[in-house]
Design a protein around this ligand. Sequence first.
Ligand code: ATP
Ligand code: MG
Length: 285
Amino acid sequence: MVQSSEKPQIAAGSAAPVERNNVVQLLGNPGSHAITVKGLSKRFQTKAGLVTALSDLNLAVDSGQFLSVVGPSGCGKSTLLKIVAGLVPPSSGTVEVGGKAVVKPYTDVGIVFQRDLLLESRTAIENILLQIEMRGLPVKQYVDKAKDLLEKVGLADFSGKYPRELSGGMRQRVSICRALIHDPPLLLMDEPFGALDALTRDEIALDLAWLCERSRKTVMFITHSISEAVFLSDRVIVMTARPAAIVKDMIVDIARPRSIEQRDSAEFEQHLHQIRELLFHKRNS
Ligand SMILES: Nc1ncnc2c1ncn2[C@@H]1O[C@H](COP(=O)(O)OP(=O)(O)OP(=O)(O)O)[C@@H](O)[C@H]1O
Ligand SMILES: [Mg+2]
C-alpha cells in the first residue's frame, strides 16, 4: 500500500448554479472541461415498455477533477458512464470528451468495472500490458512502467502471478494498473471496489488517491459508498432516482493528501451528512 506524501491541488471549482427541473446544476469553469454532457437522455426499449434511464442531463467536469457520482440503485449511473465511454449511444443529447464529440469507444481512456475482467491465462503484468497490445503500441517500452505501477500499488512481487493466485483486492489493483498503463487523461470507474471487503476498499482507495494526485487525471467514479466518494473526490454529484437528475453538486474542499483518519473529522462528517440527508430524504419523499 502506498502513502500520500505531497499536497496536490484541488481541481478548479464550479461556477454559476443553473436551475432546471427543480434541481440545481453547477456547470463548472467554461473552457476547461474534460467532459461535457448536454441534454443527455437515454431510453431503453424493454418487454415491459420504455425505460427512461436518463432525461435531459447536463454536466461539465473540469480537466483534472476527481468526480464521484452517487445515487440510488438503478438511477442511471452506469448508463451515464457507458455513454461517456462511448460504449452505449445516447437517445438524445451530446457528450464531449476533451472537446471532441463521443460517438464511439475511444482509446484515451482507462475504464475499471466492478468485475476486474482479468484474463486468467495471463500473469498480472501480462494483463496490464494487454492494454498496450490492444492499442498496437510497443509492448517492450511499457514493461518498466507496468512494473512501476505494480510497485506503487504494493504488488511488486506479484507481477508473474496469475489472477487465480491473487486476492480480490490484488486483482482489482492489477485492473487499475491496466487502466493507467497508457497514461490516459480520463479514468472512468464504475463501482471498482464494490466486490471488496471494507479494509481492502480503504487500502485501494488510498492507492487510487495517490496515483491520481500525482498524474492529475480526470476521473468519473461511481460508488455506493458516500464515505469513499467524499474521501476520494474533488466534487461529488448526487443523483435522484430514475430518470437521474442531479440534486446536489458538491465541491469537497478538504485539503489533500487525505488520510483515512481524516474520515473521523468534523469537516468530513459535514460533507457526508449533506449527501446522506439528500439520499435519505429523496428515498422517503
Ligand atoms: N441494456 C439495457 N436494457 C434495458 N434497460 C436497461 C439497460 N441498461 C440499463 N437499463 C435500465 O436503466 C436503468 C438505469 O440502469 P443503470 O445500470 O444505469 O443504473 P445504476 O444507477 O448504475 O444502478 P446500480 O447502482 O444498481 O448499478 C435501470 O432501470 C436499468 O434496468
Ligand atoms: Mg451501475
